[in-house]
Ligand binder design. Structure first.
Ligand SMILES: Cc1ncc(COP(=O)(O)O)c(C=O)c1O
Length: 378
């Protein structure tokens, strides 16, 4: 190769600069700028029975996962309203993903964070939170009625009483959690041109409510399909101990927009494990419990909806946090999750109170459970 003359470097630099702009490589002054603009990936029917498929929005491409978006938005809005003074601490209950987002927001805007969690938090996640500067506070026992989530919320209240000036975003009930997803919706609209069906897991209810609300302004007939965990109370099933984290709840978060859903599916852990592992082998892009559950449902919709329907499914995070659970044979065999092959079709119930479900089940009657209505008026 000929030697490169000094003046050529200037031209090469100008060219690479232009090329990196064209392919969308950004230069970020703040970690907050790393969030958003996540890709979508085509995922063919997981059973390979049809040529149909769905588009997965890969939120695991954010530095900490999907919750980077609401964490940043909740902190920015709290600062604007004067609820979070410069340098004041953030205290929040989290099963991990929001914690990472709050640390990103805290580092970007100068706030220390205390994260209240429970013993089910994966050691890798606890270490990750500490590595990014969190004080991790683990509650020792579940609340007799509200389970681990209520125990964590009580601990947050205690800590806030001890630290006046601390801000708790309260992701379960804070409308800024929902509002944070307008950007995700716009990205999806730009990437897919049209969305006929949106499939979202439900934990606090934030991303299903916020993404659907913004997308329906553009596509009023879009259907929203919710995905919950077996043993979660959100859509009116009895509360049971759950292995799956992220999706599901043992309380009734006010951010769940019951009226927005056309149907809900409950998925069991073994079925989610099958879907996560199948995704990993078929598409490389995989993730945790919520990704597996959403992929199972979206893949069924792709098989059963007309082929021209555009289905978007939100994948909230990547697989890293789940190497000791979903992707660990010893863990899965201890919990009887290995060798589970989901049925081709979900079971159906006419109403959530019809019976308690133990495997993948669908219900097209979505209404707020009476207990959720009580919580709303409190
Ligand atoms: C990994 C994961 N998936 C899904 C969800 C549910 O999302 P949302 O709280 O927006 O309903 C969460 C919430 O914490 C999560 O962490």
């Amino acid at each position: 190769m000929d030697a490169i003359e000094l003046h050529d470097y200037g031209r090469i630099h100008a060219f690479t600069n232009m090329a990196s702009r064209l392919v969308g490589c950004d230069t970020c002054q703040s970690p907050a700028r790393l969030v958003g603009n996540t890709p979508v990936l085509w995922v063919p029917d997981l059973l390979g029975q049809t040529r149909n498929g769905f588009w997965a929005k890969i939120e695991g491409a954010n530095p900490g996962g999907i919750k980077d978006r609401p964490a940043l938005h909740m902190i920015i809005r709290a600062r604007e309203r004067g609820e979070l003074a410069p340098g004041s601490p953030i205290i929040e209950s989290t099963s991990g993903t929001l914690g990472l987002g709050l640390l990103l927001a805290g580092i970007s805007y100068g706030h220390p964070a205390t994260l209240v969690t429970d013993p089910g938090l994966e050691p890798l996640m606890a270490n990750l939170l500490r590595a990014h500067g969190a004080r991790v506070d683990v509650v020792p026992a579940p609340h007799p009625v509200g389970g681990w989530q209520e125990a964590r919320r009580q601990r947050v209240r205690e800590l806030r009483d001890r630290h006046p000036g601390a801000y708790c975003p309260d992701q379960y009930h804070n409308p800024d959690n929902v509002a944070a997803y307008g950007g995700l919706a716009l990205e999806l609209a730009g990437q897919l041109d049209r969305v006929d069906v949106l499939v979202c897991s439900v934990g606090t209810g934030g991303h299903s409510a916020g993404t659907a609300r913004a997308l329906r302004r553009m596509y009023p007939d879009m259907r929203l399909v919710g995905v919950d965990a077996v043993g979660s109370t959100i859509f009116g099933q009895p509360a049971r101990p759950r292995l799956m984290r992220g999706l599901g709840s043992s309380i009734y978060p006010r951010n769940v927009d019951y009226d927005a859903f056309d149907e809900v599916h409950w998925v069991a852990p073994g079925e989610a494990v099958w879907a996560c592992r199948t995704l990993a082998r078929a598409r490389y892009a995989t993730g945790g419990w919520s990704v597996g559950a959403v992929a199972l449902v979206a893949s069924w919709l792709a098989r059963t909806e007309p082929g021209h329907h555009r289905i978007a499914a939100v994948f909230p995070d990547g697989p890293q946090r789940y190497f000791g659970t979903v992707f660990d044979d010893a863990y899965c065999s201890r919990h009887d999750l290995l060798g589970v092959v989901p049925a081709e079709e979900p079971d159906e119930i006419a109403h959530p109170a019809e019976r308690e479900v133990a495997r993948w089940t669908r219900c097209a009657d979505v209404t707020a459970p009476a207990e959720a209505r009580v919580e709303v008026t409190q």
